[in-house]
Design a protein around this ligand. Structure first.
Ligand code: ADP
Ligand code: MG
Ligand code: MG
Length: 885
């Protein structure tokens, strides 16, 4: 097995073996860019390390040493040599980039002898000292897991003693003292002296990088981003270049385009006389990259050229690390840059117009889930919020919540459903669990490439960082801005789009969608074959859905209309009626209200199809709970002061008890109600068709579809379909109009899927209710499953995903395939859709496309996601045009 590759032996196509960083370093080397030479230990080595119980593979040390010779030849320096020492960086590099999640050791190869050589050769003892003390600290931190803070404290002591603030101001004596202190600390912590053998340093560091693959924050990051835990990391061993050699040196990070807005302009930061870690550490505030054009005009021009070249080469926005050593530019890393949803969209759009990529590339490049971020809310400026402080607009969107200062606390509160804003001086990868649960992040330090900024942008979570007016006091759990004190628990709003911080909870509003957004979704519409509809129960939702590009309504739940406060008494009267007459008289006002609802919804959709599901849930959902009534009647009986109320409550109790079901999910609900209480479904049909007839008469186009829930047989469907046709006819005749309508069946029980052929004889369309179909296919009741045992199933990897969130292709999907095939055998061209929550999940949309559905329906906010997911599915799995209606 070969474990080591030199940079020039690899290329960008070898990411799996060499990791993303290594593969790109190799690619850049072959492009002739100024990359310090290096070698890569493969991910195979890391996997074998774990396979063999955390032991470095046999022979790895010799293979590394052999390849180091090539490095030595190229640089003219030798590893561990007391005259011309080669120093190395040891860097992690996973297949998928996990910025800042794993460890790096810089300046490796220093010991007293090589240190002296470094000082002499550079004629810069200060630099050599600074480099040595950094190495000891990083090695101790990464390899021996001695907290960095302890070393930072030693450094701080010397600064205090000397009365200075910045590292750069330290005297040589102080630096020498820091080195001695650091070594002493190392001995004290580990019981062993700091290793002077450079090969030992190297092998221990390689192993530490392998170990860092499984550190807590890396594991959390992978879980969050669904990255396989078995991939392992590569290790890049690269000759060092030094940004800390003086004012003609420096380090920086830059994106080829703005990662927040997508604007096509170099965007980044740098520090003079610093190593790369200083730029992101937040100790010194870095300067915007444009200023490099003044500080080092030649370097800036060169860098601009390289940035353009890399972007054109990779045909994507790049995130580049650079270091300048004594006036010479080096490139240390490039990767496709992380970006906000807004930037992703704009960059993909602009690159199509620039001819860099085609529309297909653009569509496949945008993560559908990211589109949801763009629908994030913004501060409603009409509320004229008073701004408390301003920082950097690090990640767009607005949020409010109670202030907390601790990541654990943010996590805890977030999990139980509280909205919190996590306020920190700066965040580190160890805060990631708190960031996940917070509504937004506010930091007082750090730039646009600081940890908080990068991580929140990836999550689409609002963030304001580097807000220097803020004085955070962890001890007293508060922060101050001037005389204003904000304590833990106080309400605070942040606006990551503007970079502002506002006291209290400011009203938020829906965003406006950019031209790029509309254009890209327009391209998606050109290629997708699935039609996208919305689930909407109100005219307002219907309007919103049309705005997002819905081509109709795939599900209107009529029970929501029954739940409204002012309607519930009629619904209850209807349910509690003892005779048909009583029931009919309660139904009349409901019919009028429902008719008006349908009138508005059908009107809002202007001739687009509107699929209305007749009453579905068990009736007791509209009644007070049995337990509550028992308590009330008992109390009334004991008090004995209101016999009339007692009588009423007792009657109610008797009726509720009668309706009580052992398992309501599988009980008296859906079209079973339409069979046992025919007046209810008749009333609803009347309301729909009367509304449609009135609209037609008033000159509007309508296309209602009546959907029967929970059907199991052709006979059931026929029985209700006949009613539907009769009532439609009556309404049309009464208004002397005609309109088209359909009456179809929900397929949400295994029997319906299996007997879809028969049902299709009576049903004019199918709509999969994948929530119930999942419950009944698995035999899981959703609430119980998600609350009790599903997490264990997922944790133990017995199930890969929650089947209620990600459609179970193997089981539920199989039933769907059967239904599609059987249904269309009987009724060629039968329109089939899905209206469960799955309709807005990109993976499930892909599956629906693959099995030949005509449409998906989802909540209005997920429509853009479904449109893009449908386009991606069509690009990945083209299907013949005749299969869609
Ligand atoms: P991460 O994946 O966390 O970005 P890197 O491996 O890129 O970690 O290393 C972190 C920083 O260390 C880089 O940004 C760079 O500034 C510095 N660095 C890495 N390798 C070298 C090198 N060969 N010479 C100088 N600095 C380096
Ligand atoms: Mg890096
Ligand atoms: Mg259902």
């Amino acid at each position: 097995m070969r474990y080591v590759y030199l940079f020039h032996e690899g290329n960008a196509g070898m990411k799996e073996l060499l990791g993303g960083k290594g593969a790109n370093l190799a690619e850049m080397t072959n492009l002739g860019l100024p990359v310090p030479p290096g070698l890569i230990v493969t991910t195979d080595a890391c996997r074998d390390y774990y396979r063999d119980g955390k032991r470095l593979p046999e022979g790895l040390d010799e293979e590394v040493a052999r390849n180091l010779r090539a490095l030595e030849e190229e640089t003219g320096k030798r590893f561990g040599d007391p005259h011309q020492p080669l120093l190395l960086s040891v860097r992690s590099g996973a297949v998928f980039s996990m910025p800042g999640m794993m460890d790096t050791v810089l300046n490796l190869g220093l010991n007293p002898a090589t240190f002296r050589a470094l000082a002499e050769n550079t004629g810069n003892e200060w630099f050599a000292c600074d480099t040595y003390r950094r190495f000891i600290q990083m090695f101790a931190d990464v390899v021996m897991e001695i907290p960095k803070d302890k070393f930072e404290a030693l450094l701080q002591e010397r600064k205090d003693a000397q009365g200075v603030r910045l590292d750069q101001e330290l005297s040589l004596d102080s630096l020498h003292a820091v080195i001695a202190d650091s070594k002493a600390l190392y001995l004290q912590e580990t019981g062993r002296p700091f290793p002077d053998d450079v090969h030992e340093q190297l092998m221990l560091s390689i192993e530490a990088v392998f170990r860092s693959w499984n550190n807590h924050r890396a594991v959390v990051y992978r879980d969050l981003n669904k990255i396989d835990h078995h991939l392992g990391t590569a290790v890049n061993i690269q000759s060092m270049v030094f940004g800390n050699m003086g004012d003609d040196s420096g380090s920086g990070v830059a994106f080829t385009r703005n990662p927040s807005t997508g604007e096509s302009k170099l965007y980044g930061e740098y520090l003079i006389n610093a190593q790369g870690e200083d730029v992101v550490a937040g100790v010194r505030t870095p300067r915007p990259i444009e200023e490099l054009a003044h500080d080092m005009p030649d370097i800036y021009r060169q860098f601009e050229g390289i940035a353009r070249k890399l972007e054109a080469h990779y045909r994507d926005m790049q995130d580049i690390e650079l270091t300048v050593e004594r006036g010479k530019l080096f490139i240390l890393q490039t990767r496709n840059g992380k970006r906000t949803a807004q930037a992703a969209l704009k960059i993909a759009h602009d690159m199509v117009l620039e001819g860099l990529i085609d529309k297909k590339d653009a569509l496949l490049r945008i993560d559908p889930e990211h589109l949801a971020h763009l629908l994030h809310r913004q501060i409603d400026r009409s509320a004229q919020p008073v701004i408390l402080a301003t920082g950097l607009a690090a990640s767009p969107g607005a949020a409010f919540g109670s202030v907390v200062f601790d990541a654990d606390e943010a996590e805890h509160l977030g999990r139980i459903g509280s909205k919190v804003i996590l306020v920190r001086m700066e965040t580190t990868p160890d805060d990631i669990h708190g960031i996940v649960q917070a509504q937004g992040i506010l930091t007082s330090r750090g730039g646009m490439t600081s940890h908080a900024a990068v991580v929140t942008r990836g999550m689409g979570k609002p963030c304001v960082c580097g807000c220097e007016a803020l004085h955070v006091d962890y001890e007293n759990e508060c922060f101050t801005v001037g005389d204003v004190v904000v304590k833990k628990g106080d309400l605070l709003s942040i606006d990551g789009t503007a970079g502002t911080v506002i006291l209290g909870a400011v009203p938020l509003k829906d965003p406006e969608l950019s031209d790029e957004y509309q254009a890209v979704l327009g391209w998606a519409d050109e290629v997708r074959t699935l039609s996208v509809r919305a689930n909407a129960d109100t005219p307002e939702d219907a309007e919103k859905a049309r705005g997002f590009g819905a081509e109709g309504i795939g599900l209107t739940r009529t029970e929501h209309m029954f739940m409204a406060q002012e309607r519930l008494p009629y619904v209850q009267k209807m349910i509690l009626a003892r005779t048909t007459e009583e029931r009919l008289s309660a139904l009349l006002p409901l019919r009028i209200m429902q008719e008006n609802d349908f009138y508005s919804i059908l009107k809002a959709m202007r001739g687009l199809p509107v699929c209305i599901r007749l009453l579905d849930p068990p009736l007791h959902e509209f009644l007070p709970s049995l337990e509550k009534l028992l308590v009330e009647t008992t109390e009334l009986r004991v008090r004995g002061d209101n016999p009339q109320l007692l009588e009423e409550k007792e009657a109610l109790l008797a009726q509720v008890a009668k309706l009580h079901e052992a398992n309501p999910m599988m009980g008296h609900r859906g079209c079973r109600l339409g069979i046992t209480y025919p007046e209810v479904y008749e009333m609803q049909m009347h309301a729909v068709f009367n509304a449609a007839a009135r609209l037609t008469r008033d000159g509007y186009k309508v296309l209602p579809e009546i959907e029967i829930p929970l059907t199991i047989s052709k006979a059931e469907m026929e029985f209700l379909k006949e009613k539907c046709d009769r009532i439609a006819r009556e309404c049309m005749e009464a208004h002397r109009v005609t309109f088209t309508y359909l009456c179809g069946s929900m397929i949400e029980l295994p029997r319906a899927a299996l007997l879809a052929g028969e049902i299709a004889e009576a049903a004019e369309f199918f709509s999969f209710g994948t929530n119930d179909l999942t419950q009944t296919c698995f035999g899981f009741s959703r609430d119980d499953a998600e609350g009790k045992f599903l997490p264990a199933y997922i944790h133990q990897k017995i199930l890969k995903d929650n089947p209620f969130a990600v459609l179970d292709r193997a089981g539920v999907g199989r039933l769907m395939r059967i239904a599609v095939e059987e249904g269309r055998k009987v009724r060629p061209g039968l329109m089939i859709g899905i209206c469960g929550e799955h309709g807005g999940d990109p993976g499930s949309v892909e599956f629906c496309h693959q099995i030949g559905l005509d449409l998906v329906s989802c909540s209005p906010y997920r429509i853009p996601i479904a449109r893009l997911a449908a386009a991606q599915a069509a690009l990945k799995y083209p299907r013949p045009a005749e299969t869609h209606a």
